[in-house]
Design a protein around this ligand. Structure first.
Ligand code: NAP
Length: 254
């Protein structure tokens, strides 16, 4: 299938590692140009060596960071065809073991740049009739316990997916969310290592994943993202797509 992604310029927050890194690599294979917004310079350099790509090595937080990213991308390529909002981290700010200040910071860190990037990229996405993908998390629909800030942000990303899909209908910009559950990435590895017996905990989790009793790979999330960015998916919008081996919806007691 020809995805017609050749020379399309795609912004990806957190685009150098984990799920974002797999999306960047996959886009290069399709002839598209990933713009990685990610401070991880070593991993970014490995992707830059694969083909045409661009790294903006910053950790976005304030609105001005996203405005700058859009400006730098336009100076270099003159267009933006797609946006993958992906950067985030499960930072464990709970209700009992948290504080109002930590909660507000966690929500801001995981949510605000999704809006900022979409806002500043919008005039260019309108010209391209482009697409937006929000990477959310199964925790938005299942809960996890002990992580109020992260889940609040992940739930808001699902709401914004529907909200933006409606608002952007007149411009034929599609907006969809991908919902991963258990994907082995550097972030996941850090999280699993917070348990006293990481390999036993990992085996327990993996045994509960219905399809194949294995984790989803970053490349499997990337495949969905790349399809949604392509013109083959131009009649798909406002959708929440679970790429999770049935983790969220199938009976995990089986
Ligand atoms: P990852 O392995 O940590 O990769 C994310 C990359 O984004 C890292 O290079 C990170 O840099 C960078 N980053 C983080 N915050 C950033 C910011 N504000 N600005 C720019 N770059 C930033 O994470 P991942 O597991 O691929 O997760 C990607 C997304 O998937 C997140 O939204 C996460 O919530 C979601 N997700 C993941 C899983 C899973 O099982 N892995 C499950 C559900 C949802 P540093 O390493 O320097 O922070």
């Amino acid at each position: 299938m020809n995805l017609n992604l050749s020379n399309k310029v795609i912004l990806i927050s957190g685009g150098a590692k984990g799920i974002g890194g797999a999306i960047s690599r996959g886009l290069i294979t399709e002839g598209a140009i990933p713009v990685m917004i990610d401070p991880s310079e070593k991993e970014g350099a490995e992707i830059l060596a694969l083909g045409e790509a661009f790294q903006i090595p910053i950790r976005i937080f304030a609105a001005a960071d996203s405005e700058k990213v859009v400006q730098l991308t336009l100076e270099k390529y003159g267009r933006i065809d797609g946006l993958v909002n992906n950067a985030g981290a499960n930072d464990g700010v709970g209700l009992e073991n948290g504080s109002p200040e930590a909660f507000e910071k966690s929500v801001a860190k995981n949510l605000n740049h999704y809006y900022h990037l979409a806002h500043f990229a919008l005039p260019h996405l309108k010209k391209a009739k482009g697409s937006i993908i929000n990477i959310s998390s199964k925790t938005a629909v299942t809960g996890q316990g002990g992580t109020s800030g992260y889940t609040a942000a992940k739930g808001a990303q699902l709401s914004l997916t529907r909200e933006w899909a409606v608002e952007l209908l007149p411009y034929e910009i599609t907006v969809n969310a991908i919902i991963p559950a258990e994907v082995f990435t550097p972030l996941y590895e850090n999280w699993i290592n917070t348990f006293p017996n990481p390999s036993e905990r990992l085996a327990e989790i993996t045994a509960k994943i219905p399809l194949g009793k294995r984790m989803t790979t970053p490349e499997e999330i990337a495949a969905m993202a790349i399809f949604l960015l392509s013109d083959k998916a131009e009649h798909i919008t406002g959708q929440h797509l679970f790429v999770d081996g049935g983790y969220t919806h199938l009976d995990r007691a089986l």
